[in-house]
Design a protein around this ligand. Structure first.
Ligand SMILES: NC(=O)C1=CN([C@@H]2O[C@H](COP(=O)(O)OP(=O)(O)OC[C@H]3O[C@@H](n4cnc5c(N)ncnc54)[C@H](OP(=O)(O)O)[C@@H]3O)[C@@H](O)[C@H]2O)C=CC1
Ligand SMILES: O=C(O)C(=O)CO
Length: 313
């Protein structure tokens, strides 16, 4: 079995050695431009078109992350990049759900205990106890309730918050109220105080967090964008912060990354920023998962994690 690997920033040798250990019978090599030798599987992130195109012999392509929007947008521009019938897989969890839970829970508690307000009071040297927020007024809504959104919803429900989620299909997560489809979006937004985005980037979800959506949230809402920058209309968020409709935002992803130094988001006192690291690929867990999936494919099984090219995620 031959496996080719390309990642613009990962430690390639670490991955070649690791995959070799996971699949001792395989030959794992770094792909270089001009390498047209056969391969059974490709492990990629931002792959050059020529790495994959024409490789009809491939039994699977693995995206080395959870989101496949960059691969799918390249595929749209170069439809022959992924030969017909070659399945595309992505990482399902592999250690990312726990990171998302840490990120979301810590920030929700930060807002719930009003540490943002106390930070502002500290700047003025003001000793001033504030009224507690009540859990029942702190409904948390997950936009996207898949592998990551579902786990984040469950971890927040465990803290006793009212939690709801919105997805295409209905969910059955313990302690989480499920809303599905565009027809239930307004009901989901109505009363949501903290909105956490974990949707994939598809034509249906681009720009979904806009002024019309923000207006439907509870007053003094909080926004956490952990998915993709294109989901959020940044100027609409700034306007909602200005009007007071939104009280604070925590943003990990941006329409343009790195976020340009002149972006007004940097200086806004009620916006917190992290540089797209809410959840990163954990190599050991990812390699174990990819090797397990390859073994299942080799046995003729249908492993989970296959991307639907039709749905775009
Ligand atoms: N900031 C970061 O560091 C990271 C960000 N991400 C981002 O998180 C995203 C989510 O990852 P993951 O949970 O694994 O993805 P999944 O595919 O498992 O979940 C996606 C969820 O979104 C729902 N959904 C998709 N389209 C729509 C729509 N049009 N309307 C309503 N719901 C919709 C799906 O519904 P259904 O369940 O019904 O199909 C599903 O619940 C990734 O695509 C990636 O962009 C991922 C990792 C790290
Ligand atoms: O896996 C993903 O989709 C990411 O955004 C990783 O940072």
């Amino acid at each position: 079995m031959d496996i080719i690997f390309h990642h613009p920033t990962f430690d390639t040798q670490f991955w070649l050695d690791g995959m070799q250990q996971q699949l001792p019978g395989a030959t794992v090599r770094q792909w270089h431009p001009g390498d047209n030798q056969p391969a059974d599987y490709a492990l990629v992130w931002h792959p050059p078109v020529e790495m994959l195109s024409g490789r009809r012999e491939l039994k699977g392509v693995f995206a080395l992350g959870a989101g496949v929007d960059s691969i799918l947008s390249k595929l749209q521009a170069h439809p022959d990049m992924l030969p017909d019938g070659v399945p595309l897989f992505r990482l399902e969890d592999t250690g990312m759900a726990l990171q998302m839970q840490e990120y979301a829970v810590s920030q929700v508690l930060h807002w719930f205990r009003r540490f943002d307000d106390y930070q502002a009071l500290k700047q003025q040297a003001k000793w001033q106890p504030l009224e507690d927020y009540r859990r029942e007024d702190f409904t948390i809504g997950l936009l996207g309730a898949g592998v990551l959104g579902g786990k984040v919803a469950e971890s927040l429900a465990a803290w006793g918050f009212p939690v709801r989620c919105w997805s295409r299909s209905k969910k059955n997560y313990p302690g989480v109220t499920s809303y599905a489809g565009t027809e239930e979006l307004s009901a989901f937004l109505n009363g949501t105080r903290v909105l956490i985005n974990l949707l994939p980037n598809t034509p249906q979800t681009v720009g979904i967090i806009n002024s019309q959506l923000l207006e439907q949230l509870a007053d003094e809402a909080f926004i956490m964008n952990l998915a993709r920058g294109v989901h959020l209309v940044e100027n609409d968020l700034l306007a909602a912060l200005e009007s007071g409709k939104v009280k604070g935002a925590m943003l990990d992803v941006f329409a343009k990354e790195p976020l340009p130094a002149n972006s007004p988001l940097w200086k806004h006192p009620r916006i917190a920023i992290t540089p797209h690291l809410a959840a990163v690929t954990r190599p050991l867990e990812a390699m174990e998962y990819i090797a397990k999936t390859i073994r299942e494919i080799e046995k003729g099984e249908s492993p989970s994690g296959q991307v639907s090219l039709h749905n775009g995620y």
